[in-house]
Design a protein around this ligand. Structure first.
Ligand code: ADP
Ligand code: MG
Length: 594
């Protein structure tokens, strides 16, 4: 649930800062060279990571001109002691690592001592900082110092009062590297990358407050609530908490999967809204990506991907995360187990996730005008209490338990059943898709049951056999597949030339209806793909399901809902379209302003 504290992702140790020092050449040589600063977003990444390493709770990022004119990152972290400030832009000076072995117990994002040095050689950099000193009175303004470098050379220095923390300002990026300047894309593109990066850190560190302004317009703003669901609602302007489904699955030994997945309404046409962490580190793992896709492929429309933040915790000796920043692939010892858990979790959630009557307008890659801090709407106190009171007893929407207890109230437009749940929420159920899902799962289980145990097939003898006519190449394929069709309950035989005679179809309520569609179905049965059997099952289910426009009496409505409660995916039809629309109590309270 939303209220739960969710701040596990990066376990942040107590900050014990060692003084800045130059890495001994032997150590520096053994550490792979860091990422080069290729584009403005790389600068933002390095500066934000430094702020996080300094224990910042509040990070403000300002970008102008796509990052070429200005990048400024201010934090409230532990700062840089005055006597060290002059050296931070020297190569291989770091406070985060001393020996090569330290790499193994590294808790910081940076460790090479190269980033500031590289940035200072290709831009003008001003660093202003005041270190946190424990003996000092809280809030007392101490002088802070600033240094400016240009092209790697120290230009100016001075002092100015400020609270503890650091502000790094980078201007004129790439002024002396024409090749990079040419390579840099339009400000809009660079801004898009920066927004994506900041969002990623924001979900990785829900307890840190992030603010990003692009050319003086707020693009990202989070409150640092420490609650990932809140962070997600802030980032994506999600108005209903039931649009986010919590993930919390563990085998108690090898993995712990936590996070949130957006419901169907939040599905996006880009993969960029799926964020994965392993033991607190952001990763891009092809293997886990595949596991995810396998979980949602048939349950979301083609080309759609869920909004998802998934944090995987595994025992440190069962994962090998190569911490070279350019390589974010991962090796997991228990890969098969973990993949399966991910697939099943994603699948299980989507199968039961109803749509909600609220659309979400995602901020585009760059949001120019959004200024209001969004978040779950809070109304008057008594209303919040009402909502919470209900929440406590509410079962997750879309579960068998909820569907079986639905009371049908009416059939609307001879297409949709309106039903009420015990918690007072309302459901609209698409009668055709519900029936289609029921028949499909029934066919699939009997079909695989038949193949496994040689069970008897339930078929329905048509009142009159139907003759169909195939194209030549289809006829050959169909002939080969006749035994499989028989396994499904379809008695079909060659009737000379390219004609076939169909005598029976799989037994289900709508069997007789199928007679009119046998030509189409036979064509599905000759599809040249590995999924043809499944496509045929879907086709059969679709053609025999109750049509829209068919009136249903109260008894029929109840039966339909009862059967729907027994399927594994009551929320999604076999084509991937929604079956259930859910008006939660929360939604009603919000919209009616109760
Ligand atoms: P690295 O992060 O690999 O150590 P950098 O070049 O990014 O190398 O930074 C050099 C050093 O400057 C850091 O080790 C740290 O001591 C100091 N530093 C940089 N940015 C900050 C910051 N925002 N707050 C506190 N210290 C910082
Ligand atoms: Mg760094």
């Amino acid at each position: 649930m939303m209220s739960q504290l969710f701040d596990f992702m990066i376990q942040r140790p107590e900050f014990v800062r060692t003084p800045l020092h130059e890495l001994p050449p032997a150590v520096a040589e053994r550490i792979a060279a860091g990422e080069v600063i290729e584009r403005p977003v790389s600068v933002v990444k390095e500066l934000v990571e430094n702020a996080l390493d300094a224990g910042a709770q509040d990070i403000r990022i300002e970008v102008r001109g796509g990052g070429l004119r200005l990048i400024r990152v201010s934090d409230d972290g532990y700062g840089i002691p005055a006597e060290e400030l002059a050296a931070v832009c020297e190569r291989h000076t770091t406070s985060k690592l001393t020996t090569f072995e330290d790499l193994e117990r590294l808790h910081t994002l940076g460790f090479r001592g190269e980033a500031l040095a590289s940035i200072a050689t290709i831009a003008e950099v001003t660093i202003q900082s005041r270190a946190w000193e424990t003996e000092q009175e809280e809030g007392e303004e101490q002088p802070a110092f600033w240094f400016t470098w240009r092209g790697g050379q120290l230009q100016e220095r001075g002092r100015r009062a400020r609270p503890h923390g650091t502000t790094v300002t980078v201007t004129d990026l790439f002024y002396n590297v024409p090749a990079r300047l040419n390579y840099t894309r339009a400000a809009r593109t660079e801004n898009g990358h920066i927004v994506q990066l900041v969002r990623r850190y924001a979900v990785g560190y829900p307890s840190v407050r992030f603010y990003l302004a692009l050319d003086e317009h707020t693009a990202v703003q989070t409150s640092g609530s420490g609650n990932l669901a809140t962070t997600l609602t802030e980032l994506y302007h999600i108005s209903l908490e039931e649009m986010l489904q919590e993930i919390d699955v563990s085998d108690g030994e090898h993995y712990w999967l936590r996070g949130y997945m957006g419901n169907r309404v939040l599905a996006q046409s880009s993969r960029q809204y799926m964020t994965l962490f392993i033991n607190g580190r952001w990763v891009q793992s092809r293997v886990l990506q595949e596991a995810l896709e396998q979980g949602y492929r048939s349950l979301l429309p083609k080309g759609k991907h869920p909004l998802l933040v998934l944090a995987l915790e595994v025992p440190p000796d069962e994962v090998d995360v190569n911490i070279h920043p350019a390589k974010i692939e991962v090796h997991l010892l228990q890969e098969a187990k973990i993949k399966d858990a991910i697939t099943q979790t994603v699948k299980g959630l989507l199968e039961r996730s109803p749509v909600v009557p609220e659309s979400v307008q995602f901020p585009g890659p760059v949001l120019a005008t959004q200024r209001r801090l969004p978040g779950p709407r809070r109304r008057g106190l008594h209303v919040a209490e009402t909502a919470d009171g209900y929440r406590a007893e509410v079962a997750e929407p879309g579960t068998a338990e909820v569907i079986v207890s639905l009371q049908p109230l009416a059939q609307l437009q001879q297409a949709v059943i309106l039903a009420e749940a015990p918690d007072g929420s309302l459901y609209l159920i698409d009668q055709h898709r519900a029936h289609e899902r029921i028949i499909y799962e029934h066919l699939r289980s009997t079909y695989s049951g038949v193949r496994a145990e040689d069970e008897e097939v339930h078929s329905h003898l048509l009142l009159e056999p139907v003759i169909i006519e195939m194209k030549r190449y289809e006829a050959e394929l169909l002939e080969q597949r006749l035994p499989m069709l028989r396994g499904l309950g379809i008695e079909c035989e060659r009737f000379g030339g390219r004609s076939f005679l169909i005598r029976s179809v799989p037994a289900s309520e709508g069997s007789e209806q199928l007679a009119a569609h046998l030509q189409e179905l036979a064509e599905l049965a000759t599809e040249d793909s590995t999924d043809w059997e499944d496509h045929l099952l879907i086709g059969l289910a679709c053609r025999s399901a109750l049509k829209r426009g068919r009136e249903l009496g109260p008894g029929e409505q109840r039966t339909l809902l009862k059967n729907l409660a027994t399927v594994s995916a009551p929320a999604v039809c076999p084509h991937g379209s929604p079956i259930l629309l859910h008006y939660s109590r929360n939604f009603l309270i919000n919209k009616f302003d109760w």
